[in-house]
Design a protein around this ligand. Sequence first.
Ligand code: ADP
Ligand code: MG
Length: 307
Amino acid sequence: MTNAIEITGLRKTYAAQGNAPAKDALKGVDLTIPSGSIFGLLGPNGAGKSTMINILAGLVNKTAGKVTIWGFDQDVNPRQSRAAIGVMPQELNVDPFFTPRASLEVQAGLYGVPKSERWTDELLDMVGLTDQANAYARTLSGGMRRRLLLAKALVHRPQILVLDEPTAGVDITLREMLWNNVRKLNQAGMTIILTTHYLEEAEEMCDEIAIINHGELVIRQGTRDLLARADGKTLVIDAGGRVDLPALPQGARPEWRSDGRLAISYPPSRVRADQLLDALRGAGVPIIDVASEQPDLEDVFVEMTRA
Ligand code: ADP
Ligand code: MG
């Protein structure tokens, strides 16, 4: 399988409810996710990430478009397409009256996994819930619930694992446990899709990244290329007005702003601020004041939507 997921023209409009107007959560998204990758779906809150994930999981009905999971068209082969994917949802819904062991067994039953092929004990061990295997879920901490949801997503041994904001509000230990598991599963051949609004987390984990914003795909790139775009700082210099500029180190891009200041964007991985300042000073450009601007996720978004 080359592509784990193929999405074309995906739309979702949530119907108006009470005072809330109808909402176009996805506005025609095309996206392919290669098999074997750790793929990051990024975007600010409300971008449409969970909507997309929940459509993949078969939990939300799409308004239009085509979704193919592991080669199975969701509308033509709903059962096979569902069997290929396991989803750890954003919401911490666990049945309070089931023990972790029972939850996993029930889930396995729902997916028609025969008793002989179940791996309940292994899963409990993997997520560190062996000691709580027979405790009521309502006694589990938030972190334990999240781990149980990870195990639940894996009972039917899906080819694709989807994690929706797995680390939102979790402590560092749980975060590391999650990422260790994700890396191991990926090394064993599983395709991983994760959503997050932490850019640095995606940088660390993902081979490829798609950014959605307001229900639209803004960009989809290999993480390195995306980082190269984000590899930009800006020196903003007050030179007392427009002056002739000398040649600047390669990679530096000068631009005069409307307020009369000189903004030089540069990749800090290749160019240092003092090289820029030396070049200006060497050419007699006055440096009355200088400020440094660093891009954050928001700037990356702005740049992406402009491109
Ligand atoms: P994300 O996961 O990126 O934060 P969501 O997919 O949850 O974004 O939400 C996308 C948009 O759709 C938001 O404006 C959200 O308020 C809206 N939305 C999500 N779920 C529902 C729903 N069940 N009914 C109505 N609107 C919804
Ligand atoms: Mg979400």
